[in-house]
Design a protein around this ligand. Structure first.
Ligand SMILES: C[S@@+](CC[C@H](N)C(=O)[O-])C[C@H]1O[C@@H](n2cnc3c(N)ncnc32)[C@H](O)[C@@H]1O
Length: 830
C-alpha cells in the first residue's frame, strides 16, 4: 500500500459507524489519472455489517471514482462492481457480507477504465496486491488495449480455484468481458457503455475448470443487462435485447465469439416479449472468424421475431456486427423513398405502402452495401421520419396526389426518371414559356411577374401530358387531382418568390459617413459604396446621416400605401441620360417585386423630366441578406451603372435624424424625399426582344485556352435574367454510373441537380449539337474561366424538379464569352 494521506475526504460508512478512509489514500499530488490505489477497509468496520456506504464528502472538489475489490466473492451483488462518485453525487450504498477493499482512482474525466477482480481468498488477494504494487498491473490494464488485458492480468501464482476476470471499460465507451484464464474461451463482448449500470456480474462464479464460462444467470437479468452465455455441448445463447443493446451489436465494431459444438444452433434471444427490437437490428453471423470474409456470412434480421436460430455446421463461428461503413453520400431517406417509388407501378404508391416498401428496400440496400440503414429506430420512428421527408419534399421529388374517392394519399414521382422523351418535352415546354412570355419582359426591363417564376398553371402540362405517367392509372386516374400542397413556385428561381417576403421584414439603416454609404441590418453594417454628389454638387458631408428606417412586421401602419420601401430614384442631370432611352432597373431584384413596385411607381413624383425620373425600388433591407449582399456586391464592384436614389423620408425615423441635413449637403429634398447617388449611372438602349436561343448566344471556339468550344453572347444581355435551361435527362447516380459514365464524354457535360444526375448527352455520350434536333442546348458548351476564376452566368435550381436555369449575374455585352462555375465535381465513389 502506498502511504496514505488525506485525500478528498472519502468516507466509508456502515450503518453503525463511519470510517474516514481518506487518510489511507496517498497525497493528492501523488495521484495521477488512471492510477489505482487500494484501501483496505477496516475489518471491524465491516464484519458485522451488511451495508457499507462510500461517499465523497460534499466539500471535495475533485471527481473521483471508487472501485471495489472483493476478497470472498460469491455473494457479491451484481450491480455493485463499481461506483462512480461524481462531484456532489448522492451517497452510494452497497452491501457486502464480506471483506471489502476499495480502490480509489482519481479521474479527470468520466468513465475511464476500471477493473473488477474476483479473488478466492485473502491470501491470494495479498499476492495479487503485491503484484499490483510491483508491476502496476492495473496500470497495464488501464493503458492497454483490450487485446492484451487478459494476458496482463493473469496473476503469476494462480490457485486452481481462482476465478479472475476483468471488466474493462475503454475510453471508447465500450466494455469487454474477458475470461482471462483460458484463451480458448476468450469471451469478449463489447457494449456501448453510457452508464455503468449496464454491467452485470453474476452471482454465480464462472466455472473455469470446465471451460464453461458463464457470467450470467437469467434470473439476475434486468432489462438493460447484457449477458453472454456460451453453453457447451448444446447451444449458445446470447441474450439481449434492448434496442440499445442491439445497436451495440450492429453499430459497433464488435465481435462475440462463441465456442460452439458441432451442428448446434445458436440462438439470439430476447428475454422479454415487450422489449422492442428495433428495425436496425441486423446481425450477421460469420462462420469464419475473419469478419472481413463475407463469403460465409449468415445474415439475419431481428424484426418481430424474438428469437433467431442459426444452424451452422462449422466448428466455430463468430457473432459479429457488420463492419458497417457510413452510407454513401447519395444514400439517404429521401433517396430510398425515391427508389421505392421508382420501382413501383406508374411510380405511384399509397403513402403507407410506400413507407413499408421503403423500409424493406432500405434493409436490402444496407445489407448489399454493408452500410448503415437510412431509416433507423423503431417502426414508429421510421414512419414518422418517412412522413416528414415526404411532407417536406425538399428536393421536389415527390408529388402528392389524392383520389376523390379515397382519402388515402398517393405519392408519385415528379418526373420520369431516365426518360429522354419526357425530359426533352419538359425542356421544350420551359423554353417556350421563357421565350414567349418572359423574354419580352426581361429584355424590356420589365421583369416583374416573369412567367418563369409563376409557371404554376403550367405545371401539370409540363409533365408528360400524353402518358400522364404521374397519374396512377389503377387508381381512378380520372379522379386523381394534385393536392393543394403542390408548390406554387413550380418553375423559376426560388428567390423570385422569396423577394416577396422581404416586404414583411423591415429593419434597416442607411448611414452615410463621409463619402461612404452604409446599409445596415441587424447583423451589422455593410459598406455599400462611395458617394458622389449630384451633378457636381459638393460631396455629402459626414453629417448627412440618412436615418434609421425602423419598420417591422409588427408595425401596424405598414401597408402598401405607406410604402415600406426605400425608394431609389435616379435623379441625374438630363444631360447624362440619353433621351428616349429605356431604363433598365438597376437591380434585378427590384424588378421581381410586382405589386409594391407598381404601387410605388404610381406614387412617385413624376414631375421631373422622363429621362431622369426612371424609378427603381429597393425593398427595405431587413433580413433580406440575399438582397443586401447583392446590393453590396453590385455597388462595390463598381459596375457601369449605379444606384441612384431617392430616400423616401416619410419612412425615416425623424426622431433621430431629419432630412434637412441631407438637403444642406447639396442633396435635394422634395416632397418629403431626398435623393442621393451611389456610384455611376448608366442606361440602356432598348433592344429587340429575342425569340430564339440563337438570337442571344452562339457556340464557337472558346477564348479559354485548350477548352474546345465555348458559348458567346451575340447581343447585350441584361443582368439577372434567365436565358435558358441546362438540359439533361434525370437519372440516379447509379444509373448514370452503369449506363453512361464511361460512354463517350458524357461525364464532361452531365451535371447534378441535387442528388439527380442530369445526363446531357446522347446515347453515344456526346452533346447534342444539331440545332434542328429535338434538343439543342447551347448551355452545354459554356466553359469555366479558370484563369480568372470569373463567371457571368450561374446555374440556379428551378422550382420545378430537375430544372436548372441559366441566369445572367451581370450585364453581358455583345461578344462576351459566357462563363459559369460548374461547381464542385461530384465524387460518386463516396
Ligand atoms: C460542359 S463542357 C463545355 C464545353 C466544351 N468546352 C466543349 O467543347 O464541348 C465542359 C468541359 O469543357 C472543358 N472545359 C471547360 N472549361 C474549361 C477551361 N477553362 N479550360 C479547359 N477546359 C475546359 C472541360 O473538359 C469540361 O469538362
Amino acid at each position: 500500500m502506498p502511504t496514505c494521506e488525506v485525500y478528498n475526504n472519502i468516507e466509508c460508512k456502515t450503518n453503525k459507524s463511519t470510517q474516514d478512509i481518506s487518510k489511507k489514500l496517498p497525497k493528492t499530488s501523488l495521484l495521477h489519472n488512471n492510477e489505482l490505489y487500494q484501501i483496505e477497509i477496516d475489518q471491524n468496520l465491516i464484519s458485522n455489517n451488511k451495508s457499507i456506504l462510500i461517499r465523497q464528502s460534499k466539500s471535495s472538489k475533485k471527481s473521483i471514482k471508487i472501485l471495489k475489490s472483493e476478497i470472498t466473492n460469491k455473494n457479491f451483488p451484481n450491480s455493485l462492481n463499481s461506483i462512480d462518485i461524481p462531484e456532489n453525487c448522492p451517497e452510494n450504498t452497497y452491501k457486502s457480507n464480506t471483506d471489502v477493499y476499495i480502490e480509489i482512482e482519481p479521474i479527470s474525466f468520466r468513465a475511464s477504465e476500471f477493473t473488477y477482480f474476483h479473488k478466492s481468498n485473502t491470501t491470494e488477494y495479498c499476492n495479487y496486491t503485491e503484484k499490483h504494487q510491483s508491476q502496476s498491473i492495473q496500470d497495464d490494464i488501464l493503458n492497454s488495449s483490450s487485446k492484451n488485458i487478459d494476458s496482463s492480468i493473469t496473476p503469476s501464482k494462480e490457485p486452481s480455484t481462482q476465478k479472475t476476470f476483468t471488466v474493462f471499460e475503454t475510453k471508447h465507451d465500450s466494455i469487454s468481458f474477458f475470461d482471462n484464464k483460458s484463451h480458448s474461451h476468450n469471451l469478449e463482448k463489447q457494449k456501448h457503455f453510457e452508464d455503468m449500470s449496464l454491467v452485470s456480474i453474476p452471482k454465480t462464479s464462472p466455472d473455469m475448470q470446465s471451460h464453461n464460462f458463464d457470467i450470467s444467470s437469467t434470473d439476475s437479468c434486468s432489462d438493460n443487462e447484457i449477458q453472454t452465455r456460451p453453453i457447451s455441448g448444446t447451444s449458445s445463447t446470447h441474450t439481449l435485447l434492448e434496442s440499445d443493446s442491439i445497436d451495440f451489436l450492429t453499430d459497433v465494431d464488435c465481435s462475440l465469439e462463441l465456442e460452439k459444438s458441432k451442428n448446434q444452433p445458436v440462438s439470439l434471444l430476447a428475454p422479454k416479449s415487450n422489449i422492442e427490437i428495433t428495425d436496425s437490428s441486423s446481425v450477421t453471423f460469420y462462420e469464419n472468424e475473419d469478419e472481413n470474409e463475407h463469403e460465409n456470412k449468415i445474415e439475419s434480421f431481428i424484426d418481430d421475431a424474438k428469437k433467431i436460430t442459426i444452424n451452422s455446421e462449422n466448428q466455430s463461428f463468430g457473432l459479429a456486427s457488420n463492419k458497417l461503413k457510413d452510407r454513401p453520400r447519395w444514400y439517404n431517406q429521401a433517396y430510398v423513398l425515391f427508389l421505392t417509388l421508382r420501382q413501383a407501378e406508374n411510380y405511384t404508391l399509397e403513402k403507407l405502402a410506400l413507407i413499408e416498401k421503403a423500409m424493406l428496400l432500405d434493409k436490402k440496400l444496407s445489407l448489399d452495401l454493408g452500410v448503415k440503414r437510412a431509416f433507423e429506430g423503431s417502426k414508429l420512428n421510421i414512419y414518422k421520419s418517412a412522413k416528414l421527408v415526404l411532407a417536406s419534399n425538399d428536393e421536389n421529388t415527390f408529388v402528392k396526389i389524392k383520389s376523390k374517392d379515397s382519402k388515402k394519399h398517393l405519392y408519385t414521382l415528379a418526373y420520369k426518371p431516365g426518360d429522354f422523351n419526357s425530359a426533352a418535352k419538359s425542356y421544350q415546354h420551359w423554353m417556350e414559356i421563357l421565350i414567349n412570355q418572359d423574354w419580352p419582359k426581361c429584355f424590356n426591363g420589365d421583369k416583374a411577374n416573369l412567367k418563369t417564376k409563376s409557371l404554376h398553371d403550367d405545371f401539370l402540362e409540363s409533365f408528360d401530358p400524353d402518358s400522364q405517367f404521374y397519374y396512377n392509372q389503377n387508381h381512378e386516374s380520372d379522379h386523381v387531382e394534385y393536392s393543394k400542397t403542390l408548390s406554387d413556385s413550380s418553375i423559376g428561381r426560388k428567390s423570385f418568390f422569396s423577394v416577396k417576403k422581404i416586404s414583411l421584414v423591415f429593419k434597416a439603416r442607411i448611414r452615410i459617413e463621409g463619402s461612404r454609404v452604409y446599409i445596415e441590418n441587424d447583423s451589422g453594417y455593410k459598406c455599400a459604396s462611395s458617394l458622389t454628389s449630384i451633378s457636381g454638387d459638393t460631396p455629402i458631408s459626414s453629417t448627412n446621416h440618412i436615418n434609421r428606417i425602423s419598420l417591422n412586421d409588427k408595425t401596424p401602419k405598414i401597408s402598401r400605401a405607406s410604402n415600406p420601401y426605400v425608394l431609389i430614384e435616379n435623379k441625374v442631370s438630363s444631360s447624362s441620360v440619353p433621351t428616349n432611352s429605356n431604363f433598365l432597373y438597376y437591380d434585378s431584384y427590384m424588378n421581381q417585386i410586382k405589386d409594391p413596385l407598381s404601387d410605388t411607381i404610381s406614387s412617385l413624383d413624376r414631375s421631373i423630366k422622363p429621362a431622369s425620373i426612371q424609378n427603381s425600388l429597393i425593398p427595405a433591407l431587413g433580413n433580406s441578406g440575399h438582397f443586401l449582399n447583392a446590393l453590396e456586391k453590385d455597388i462595390t464592384q463598381n459596375q457601369s451603372h449605379g444606384l441612384i436614389g431617392c430616400l423616401d423620408c416619410s419612412l425615416v425615423d425623424t426622431h433621430t435624424h431629419s432630412c434637412p441635413n441631407i438637403n444642406s449637403s447639396g442633396l435635394t429634398t422634395k416632397n418629403n424625399s431626398c435623393s442621393f447617388i451611389l456610384g455611376n449611372s448608366s442606361f440602356y438602349e432598348k433592344l429587340p426582344v429575342p425569340t430564339k436561343l440563337s438570337d442571344i448566344v452562339q457556340v464557337r471556339k472558346s477564348t479559354a485556352p485548350n477548352s474546345g468550344d465555348g458559348l458567346f453572347a451575340t447581343r447585350f444581355l441584361p443582368k439577372g435574367i434567365p436565358i435558358g435551361f441546362y438540359f439533361g435527362v434525370p437519372m440516379t447516380e447509379d444509373e448514370f454510373d452503369s449506363l453512361k459514365d464511361r460512354v463517350g464524354i458524357s461525364s464532361r457535360y452531365s451535371i447534378m441537380y441535387l442528388k439527380t444526375v442530369l445526363d446531357a448527352t446522347d446515347d453515344n455520350g456526346y452533346p447534342y449539337r444539331d440545332q434542328n434536333g429535338p434538343i439543342f442546348c447551347p448551355f452545354h458548351f459554356m466553359n469555366e474561366d479558370r484563369e480568372n476564376n470569373n463567371f457571368n452566368i450561374v446555374f440556379d435550381e428551378g422550382s420545378v424538379v430537375n430544372q436548372v436555369i441559366c441566369y445572367t449575374i451581370r450585364d453581358i455585352q455583345e461578344g462576351e464569352e459566357l462563363f459559369v462555375h460548374y461547381g464542385f465535381e461530384v465524387d460518386r465513389e463516396s
